[in-house]
Design a protein around this ligand. Structure first.
Ligand code: URA
Length: 198
């Protein structure tokens, strides 16, 4: 499969999906091949508007820490586990419609299994960094990021090293010094692992 085939596939899957509300889709971004691949959850509003992963608030946090270990967007590939934006639509008291992000369902993640597997093959990374629980569960046997973040894992099925990290938006939900220290420490661990594995 080529990059073009991948985006056609993502487009077709997204356009034919009718089970739950979704709002747009994107592809991964960054060089191919690439030694370092980050995998997030699913795009949000800013991402589908701009057409790239991690360009909203979580993306700003992500980029700040990426830069802090001497890496820049041009050095890495970044993609998602679910390539469309899963949304929920709620109708408020004044009949006003609100569209918000929701976590992708397992069935939605499964729609994109082949796409992500093929993207990993094309990118051929030496290290895959999962951001949050969704890509963690998709690419390892771990069930919770709390059990494994900041440590390197070898996935036998795809013969790749995986480094699980919290999703950058976890910083918004866990506003305390201990969490921040732990999160920053994971980036330092990543910097060290890149020296030996990439
Ligand atoms: N969060 C994600 O998991 N992916 C994106 O592309 C943007 C925000």
């Amino acid at each position: 499969m080529t990059l073009n085939d991948l985006s056609t596939k993502i487009k077709n899957i997204s356009e034919n999906y009718k089970e739950e509300p979704i709002a747009g889709w994107i592809t991964g971004d960054g060089p191919i091949p690439c030694n370092i691949l980050f995998v997030g959850e699913a795009p949000g509003k800013n991402e589908v508007e701009i057409g790239k992963p991690f360009v909203g608030l979580a993306g700003k946090t992500f980029e700040k820490y990426l830069n802090s270990i001497g890496l820049y967007r041009k050095d890495i590939r970044i993609t998602n586990t679910c390539f469309f934006r899963p949304v929920k639509i709620t109708i408020g008291k004044t009949n006003k419609e609100t569209i918000s992000n929701r976590t992708p369902k397992v069935s939605e993640i499964n729609l994109f299994r082949e796409v992500l597997d093929e993207e990993i093959k094309l990118v051929n990374p030496k290290l895959i960094i999962t951001l949050g629980n969704i890509p963690l569960k998709r690419l390892t046997d771990f069930k919770s990021i709390g059990d494994c973040h900041g440590n390197i894992i070898f996935n036998n099925k795809i013969s790749r090293y995986i480094f699980p990290m919290y999703h950058p938006s976890a910083l918004t939900y866990n506003r305390n010094d201990n969490f921040l220290k732990m999160y920053e420490n994971d980036w330092i661990n990543l910097k060290n692992i890149l020296k030996t594995h990439v």
